[in-house]
Design a protein around this ligand. Structure first.
Ligand code: NDP
Length: 322
């Protein structure tokens, strides 16, 4: 079968489309024929070596498809089930062997392509808005990169929970998408000083929570946007890592909180996985959460897809089709 692997960390050019042996399921595993794999920023971190993997590695942490074989002791799924998953490396491929514990059977009315687009970024937006800082009416949040994969979903979920949503984006086009997704106000952080804008838009009060996936270029200023006892949720580093941090800053900025969460700790148990996926996929089935999947590339063009994501040319989800 075909897969996209990395033999040496580096730029998009190190992504190699090649033949590898087709997987057979071990005990507890199911083989999934992949209809679509999700591209996520974490794939960039693994490709460049910012996050370490044993090489060669087949990239990709998310996919949707059909179960074609199951190993011994599998009770969660059966052959023919339409499923989606995240958190298991190896999705940039035609087939993947996945621990059945990590598979979610899609509800009727949700396609495998939608499953591939929803699992990682959808459950991330869900845990950020519903668990890390459970947004409520009266809260104002700041969502950086509001037209990105997580961003568009987070705007929608934050709005559903009754919060006031301020979003940042780099272009006017992206601003339109963030507004459509529910942002009440959008700040062009490439042209405007987002700290001054947040203060203006909140009458100097600040926001209860900053959801920051951008990192290096936004992190420090984000603290000046927080209301006392608010929370900085640093969940990514699309512009680069933030470096060392002095906890005294938390005191100076108003007894604020800092967390650096990962989806994989929020879906560590099967019960957590099924609860979060069930909520997200249910919203999609019911038309309450809209996926934007305009960017789709053949799997063999994974390098081009990475260039588009890193070049800030994508919005919403990017999918790879084997
Ligand atoms: P996005 O679709 O959000 O793409 C990244 C966006 O970041 C760009 O479109 C761009 O939006 C913005 N950006 C700002 N500065 C830069 C820069 N220097 N280079 C590139 N992009 C920049 O990606 P994802 O939705 O896949 O992921 C968003 C972030 O969330 C990533 O950092 C990822 O690691 C993180 N993440 C974390 C998870 C967790 O559990 N901790 C889970 C899932 C994702 P604009 O042009 O508007 O500035």
């Amino acid at each position: 079968m075909k897969a996209v692997r990395v033999h040496t960390p580096g730029g998009p050019e190190v992504l190699t489309y090649e033949d590898v042996p087709a997987p057979t399921p071990k005990a507890g595993e199911a083989v999934v024929k992949i209809d679509a794999a999700g591209l996520n920023y974490i794939d960039v971190y693994f490709r460049t070596g910012q996050y370490k993997a044993e090489l060669p590695v087949t990239l990709g942490m998310e996919a949707g498809g059909t179960v074609t074989a199951v190993g011994p002791n599998v009770t969660e799924v059966k052959v023919g089930d339409k499923v989606a998953y995240t958190g298991v490396p190896g999705a940039y491929a035609e087939l993947a062997a996945v621990p059945a514990q990590r598979l979610v059977v899609l509800p009727a009315g949700v396609a495998t392509r939608q499953g591939a687009a929803a699992m990682l970024q959808g459950m991330t937006a869900q845990y950020l808005a519903c668990s890390t800082w459970p947004l409520k009416s009266g809260d104002t949040c700041l969502v950086h990169a509001a037209a990105g994969g997580v961003g568009l979903l987070l705007c929608q979920i934050a709005r559903m929970r009754g919060a006031r949503v301020l979003g940042t984006v780099s272009t006017e086009d992206k601003a339109g998408l963030a507004r459509e997704a529910g942002a009440h106000e959008v700040i062009l952080y490439t042209k405007q000083d987002f700290e001054a804008e947040v203060k203006r838009l909140t009458d100097g009060k600040g926001v209860q929570v900053v959801y920051d996936s951008v990192g290096k270029t936004t992190f420090d200023k984000g603290f000046n946007c927080l209301a006392p006892r608010g929370m900085m949720v640093l969940y990514g580093q699309s512009s680069g890592p933030v470096g060392m941090f002095d906890p005294q800053v938390l005191n100076q900025k108003g007894s604020v909180f800092l967390t650096r969460p990962s989806l994989f700790h929020y879906i560590a148990t099967r019960a957590d996985l099924l609860a979060r996926a069930g909520e997200v996929l249910g919203w999609i089935r019911d038309g309450k959460l809209k996926l934007r999947t305009e960017f789709e590339f053949p799997l063999k063009d994974a390098a081009e897809a990475h260039r588009a994501l890193e070049g800030r040319r994508t919005t919403g989800k990017v999918l790879l089709k084997p």
